[in-house]
Write a protein that binds this ligand. Structure first.
Ligand code: GTP
Ligand code: MG
Length: 633
C-alpha cells in the first residue's frame, strides 16, 4: 500500500467526514491515527519493501516527475499564481461562502486552505483563467482609504456578508483540495512515525514525504514572487521575479525560504524595429546602481506592499539583497537582482534530483541530520550551508560505489542541445542538458546501482570520513576529487563558475566538526541500523539525529561531541572525555567509550575499538591544530 501524501489524506478525510462537521483538532487526530495505521501496515518483507520503494517514491515525487523540464515546472507554477488570489477568511468554514461569492467572477478551479500563526486562516483560490482574476480584482475594493495605502493586489480579505448568501454551494461541489495544507508535522509526531518504520530506508522515505515542500508551499512562494513582479510591472512590464534555491531545486522543505532574483527587460530591439524607448543611462558603476535599485525596491516593499514586513536591506554583500517576511503567505524572502546563474544552478540541481528516485530522500535525510546535530544554521556563518551539503551528497552519488547513481556535470554538458546553450549577461556559461528523459535514458544504459537508500546513507557518511579534505577539492564536473586550486578548509568547485569555491565560508574548525559528525553518524547508523526488537530504543535516522541532544541529557548513546571550545587545548581533551586525562590516556579512554557502547542493547561490534582510538587521536590532532576559539552561534 502506498504511503499517502498529506494532500491525499486531507482530501480523503475531508470527504469521509465532511469538512464543516469536523473540528480542527479532531481532523488532526484522525490524520495522525490514519498515518500510524499506514506506517504500521507497510512493508512486511525486505523484498516487498524494495518493490514498495519504487511505488512510493513515485507517489512522493509524483508532482515533480510530472514535469518534463525545470522550465515547464516554473511556467506551470507561474501560471497558477497569475490565476490565483489569496483571501484571508474567518476559518475554513468560510470556504463554501467564499466559493459561491467567487463563482460570480469566473470558474473556480481549486481552493487551498492554510493557516498561519495567530491563528489566521487563508484560502488560495485558483481560477480557470487570468481574466477571472482581473474580474475579481476589478470588483474588489478598499475600506477607509484615508487610513491605508490603497494598493490593489491579489491579497484580499473576505468581510462578513450583509445577509446570508442565498444559495451556498454544497460541500461536495467545492473543489477544495486541502484544509490546513501548510501544516507540517511536529518533531514529536515525525520522530514517532520514523520510530515506527521498518527500516532506515523507510524512515528516509517517510521523512522526505512528510517534510518536503508541497504543492501548496510552492503556490505560496510563487504568489509571493508574483507580488513583487506586479508591484514593479508599471515601469517594467516584462519584469520577472524568478524563484531559485530550495523552492525550485526539488530539495526544499515546507518551511524553506524563498530566494528570488529580479530580471528587468532583457530584450534588445530587433534590427527592423524603429521606435526605441527613451530611458535613463545606467550608472557607470554597476554595483552602485544595483544597490540603489535594491534600496528603492526595499522601500516599495516596506511602504506599499501588503504583508511585506521586517524589511532589511543588505546592500554591501557580494550580491546585494533585500530580506523581508511576507506575512500573508508566511514566507521569508531573499530578493536580489544580479544572480541569474543561481537560477541555472537550481535547474542543475533539479535535473540531478530527477535522475534517480533515491537522490531527493537521501539529500533530505542528510540535510535533516546536519540541522539536528547543529552543523547547519539558518543564519550565514563559517559553517556549511545546505547548498554545499547538497553538492557533497551529489558528488558522492557520482562515485563508483559500486556504480554511479547520477552522471557527472561534464556528461550533462556533452549531452546539451543547441537549445540548452545559455550564457548569462554576467558571462556565466550555464549550458547543460535540460531534457530529463534524455538524462534518464543515458543512465539506463549505464551499469545500474541498485543499493538501498539506507546503504547509500551509510556509505555517504563513510565516504566523507576518509575523504582527504586537506589536499583535495570536490568537483562535480568530473565527479572526482581534484587537487585544491587554492587554500580553503573545504573546497567545492562551483560547477557553473569553476574558478569559485561555493564553500569558501567554511572554517577549518567547522570542517573538523563536520568530519567528526560524519564519523559519529557512520558509527551510530551502523550500530543502530535495525529497529530493536521490543521497541523502546532509538534507532536509524532518529538515533543519528537525536544523539547530541540525548547525550546532553546524560543518556548513554553512541556519540562523541565535537567540542571545540574557548578553553586551553589540554582542557578540551578533559572536557571531551569528562575526566582528568593526560594525552597518553586518550587511547585508553576511547576503548572505555567503545566498551560502554558495546554493552548497549543494540551491541556495537568490537572492531569499533580501533576506530575509537583513531577518532580520539584525530580529536586530539584537531585540538592541536585548530584555532583557539569557536565563536558561539
Ligand atoms: P535552504 O534555503 O537552506 O533550504 O537551501 P537553498 O538551497 O535555498 O540555499 P540558500 O537559500 O542558502 O541559497 C539559495 C541558492 O543560492 C542555492 O541553491 C544556490 O543556487 C545559491 N547559492 C547559495 N550559496 C552559494 C554560494 O556560496 N555560491 C554560489 N555560487 N551559489 C550559492
Ligand atoms: Mg533558500
Amino acid at each position: 500500500m502506498a504511503l499517502l501524501s498529506r494532500r491525499i489524506w486531507s482530501t480523503l478525510i475531508s470527504q469521509s467526514c465532511g469538512i464543516s462537521g469536523v473540528s480542527h483538532k479532531h481532523f488532526k487526530s484522525v490524520l495522525t491515527k490514519r498515518k500510524e495505521h499506514f506506517i504500521s501496515a507497510r512493508w512486511k518483507s525486505e523484498k516487498s519493501r524494495v518493490e514498495q520503494n519504487n511505488q512510493e517514491t513515485r507517489t512522493v515525487n509524483n508532482e515533480l516527475s510530472g514535469f518534463s523540464s525545470f522550465e515547464e515546472m516554473i511556467e506551470t507554477r507561474r501560471s497558477e499564481a497569475r490565476k490565483s488570489i489569496v483571501v484571508q477568511v474567518h476559518s475554513e468554514q468560510s470556504c463554501p461562502e467564499l466559493y459561491s461569492y467567487c463563482c460570480q467572477f469566473g470558474t473556480v478551479k481549486s481552493m487551498h486552505h492554510y493557516t498561519l500563526p495567530g491563528p489566521s486562516h487563508y484560502v488560495i483560490v485558483e481560477f480557470g483563467k487570468e481574466e477571472d482574476v482581473y474580474n475579481v480584482l476589478h470588483n474588489s475594493g478598499h475600506l477607509d482609504t484615508n487610513q491605508i495605502v490603497p494598493v490593489r493586489s491579489p491579497f484580499l480579505w473576505f468581510r462578513i456578508g450583509r445577509g446570508k448568501m442565498k444559495m451556498e454551494t454544497p460541500l461536495s461541489k467545492i473543489p477544495l483540495l486541502e484544509i490546513d495544507g501548510n501544516n507540517s508535522p511536529s518533531n514529536d509526531d515525525l520522530y514517532s512515525w520514523l520510530h515506527a518504520a521498518e527500516s532506515v530506508s523507510d524512515q528516509m522515505r517517510i521523512l522526505h514525504e512528510e517534510t518536503s515542500l508541497t504543492s501548496l508551499g510552492s503556490r505560496l512562494r510563487f504568489l509571493t514572487a508574483l507580488q513583487i513582479e506586479q508591484a514593479l510591472s508599471g515601469p517594467f512590464p516584462r519584469i520577472k521575479a524568478y524563484p531559485f534555491g530550495s523552492t525550485v531545486n526539488s530539495f526544499g522543505k515546507m518551511n524553506c525560504d524563498l530566494d528570488l532574483v529580479l530580471e528587468l527587460d532583457k530584450e534588445e530591439a530587433s534590427s527592423d524595429c524603429r521606435l526605441i524607448f527613451h530611458a535613463k543611462n545606467s550608472l557607470t558603476n554597476g554595483r552602485t546602481q544595483v544597490q540603489r535599485h535594491m534600496e528603492t525596491i526595499g522601500d516599495i516593499c516596506q511602504l506599499f506592499l501588503p504583508g511585506c514586513a521586517n524589511v532589511r536591506r543588505i546592500l554591501q554583500a557580494r550580491v546585494p539583497i533585500v530580506k523581508y517576511r511576507q506575512e500573508l503567505t508566511g514566507v521569508e524572502c531573499d530578493l536580489s537582482m544580479t544572480n541569474m546563474s543561481a537560477v541555472y544552478m537550481s535547474e542543475l540541481l533539479f535535473v540531478l534530483g530527477s535522475v534517480d528516485k533515491r537522490v531527493r530522500p537521501l539529500v533530505q535525510a542528510v540535510r535533516t541530520w546536519a540541522r539536528d546535530v547543529g552543523l547547519t544554521n539558518p543564519t550565514p556563518g563559517r559553517w556549511i550551508t545546505n547548498f554545499s551539503l547538497t553538492l557533497l551528497v551529489l558528488f558522492y552519488l557520482q562515485q563508483s560505489l559500486p556504480h554511479p547513481v547520477i552522471p557527472t556535470f561534464n556528461k550533462l554538458i556533452s549531452m546539451a542541445s543547441a537549445a540548452d546553450k545559455i550564457i548569462t549577461t554576467e558571462g556565466v556559461n550555464c549550458t547543460f542538458v535540460r531534457d530529463l528523459k534524455a538524462v534518464k535514458k543515458y543512465m539506463d544504459r549505464q551499469p545500474k546501482n541498485t543499493e538501498l537508500l539506507e546503504d547509500l546513507l551509510l556509505k555517504f557518511f563513510e565516504y566523507y570520513c576518509t575523504f582527504d579534505f586537506g589536499s583535495h577539492a570536490i568537483s562535480l564536473a568530473t565527479g572526482t576529487p581534484i587537487p585544491k586550486p587554492e587554500h580553503a578548509a573545504l573546497y567545492i568547485v562551483n560547477p557553473l563558475e569553476r574558478g569559485l569555491n561555493v564553500s569558501k565560508n567554511v572554517s577549518l574548525e567547522e570542517l573538523e566538526r563536520l568530519r567528526i559528525e560524519f564519523r559519529n553518524a557512520a558509527w551510530a547508523l551502523e550500530a543502530y541500523i535495525k529497529q530493536p526488537t521490543g521497541g523502546g530504543e532509538l534507532w536509524g535516522l532518529v538515533a543519528i539525529c537525536q544523539a547530541p541532544k540525548l547525550q546532553a541529557k546524560g543518556k548513554n548513546v553512541f556519540y562523541i561531541p565535537p567540542k571545540l571550545t574557548e578553553k586551553p587545548r589540554r582542557f578540551n581533551v578533559q572536557e571531551l572525555f569528562e575526566e582528568d586525562l593526560n594525552v597518553k590516556d586518550v587511547h585508553e579512554k576511547s576503548s572505555v567509550m567503545t566498551n560502554l557502547t558495546d554493552s548497549s542493547p543494540q551491541g556495537v561490534a568490537s572492531n569499533k575499538q580501533s576506530e575509537g582510538k583513531a577518532i580520539a587521536e584525530s580529536v586530539l590532532m584537531d585540538i592541536k591544530t585548530r584555532p583557539a576559539r569557536r565563536k558561539k552561534r
